[in-house]
Design a protein around this ligand. Structure first.
Ligand code: ATP
Length: 235
């Protein structure tokens, strides 16, 4: 479904990705792991179309999308839940959700999708007319996930969805993400906490200095002595 090859991305004149190569098959749940600043968010941003790459290829469902704008990629089936959620805090929960389906080609079935999101996160139905800035961190994360689902994605990109939310809500969000994946959505997740990442993902890539240094099943990565020496215990 997603094939990234030799991807180079720069922020201004600072290079963040130095030839990233990775792939995600249809229906998979894959985690990007690695320290702060390794290039995980930049990778998601390049896929979504927020950071146009300097060179390299991003193929999505067989089509080259490197450099295509985010608004085009959303319609093609790529939705991103950015780090820190980035909601419009002065707008209501429902207005934020509806923004996920703003493109004309996504308008059909909006009401049904909205109901589906309210079934998944009943608290959002209760608070649908409340300003999203008044919600707790976990509830805001539910809105951000719901907003992404409103665009009917085939591929969902999640940047640290558990960051800054209460432990009890982590389980709710984890269960929802599992249901979303079981419903056929392919998921690429950035998560610093390795154990939490593999509670969800079946396969992972370890990123360092803008490229992949290790990849494999959850089992392979967790059992790798180099990996444990470097990353475990630093959650
Ligand atoms: P984190 O978990 O801290 O977000 P990360 O692995 O996701 O880490 P990136 O955010 O992709 O890493 O950052 C890769 C490098 O690019 C870092 O050196 C970071 O400072 C830089 N960088 C990221 N985003 C920008 C930006 N919008 N403008 C300038 N530099 C950026």
């Amino acid at each position: 479904m997603l094939d990234i090859k030799d991807l180079v991305v720069e922020h201004g004149n600072m290079r963040a990705l130095f030839g990233m190569t990775l792939n995600v098959r249809q229906g998979e749940r894959v985690a990007l792991l690695g320290a702060n600043g390794a290039g995980k968010s930049t990778t998601l941003g390049a896929i979504a179309g927020i950071y146009p790459p300097r060179s390299g290829s991003i193929r999505f469902k067989g089509t080259e999308i490197a450099g295509k704008p985010a608004a085009v990629n959303v319609v093609s089936g790529i939705a991103m839940v950015p780090e820190g959620r980035r909601l419009f805090t002065g707008m209501t929960v429902q207005e934020n959700l509806e923004l996920g389906a703003y493109a004309p080609s996504l308008r059909k079935g909006v009401q049904d999708r909205l109901e589906g999101i309210f079934d998944m996160f009943p608290i959002l139905k209760e608070k649908r007319h409340q300003l999203s800035g008044e919600l707790s961190g976990g509830q805001q994360q539910m809105v951000a996930i719901g907003r992404a689902l409103m665009s009917k994605p085939d591929l969902l990109l999640l940047d640290e969805p558990f960051l800054g939310i209460a432990p009890v809500v982590v389980h709710l969000v984890m269960d929802a993400l599992r249901k979303i994946a079981e419903g056929g959505v392919t998921v690429l997740l950035v998560e610093q906490n390795v154990h939490r990442a593999f509670e969800f993902a079946e396969r992972g890539y370890v990123i360092e200095h803008g490229h992949v240094i290790m990849q494999g099943s959850a089992h392979d990565i967790l059992d790798d002595p180099d990996f444990s020496a470097k990353f475990l215990g630093v959650d």
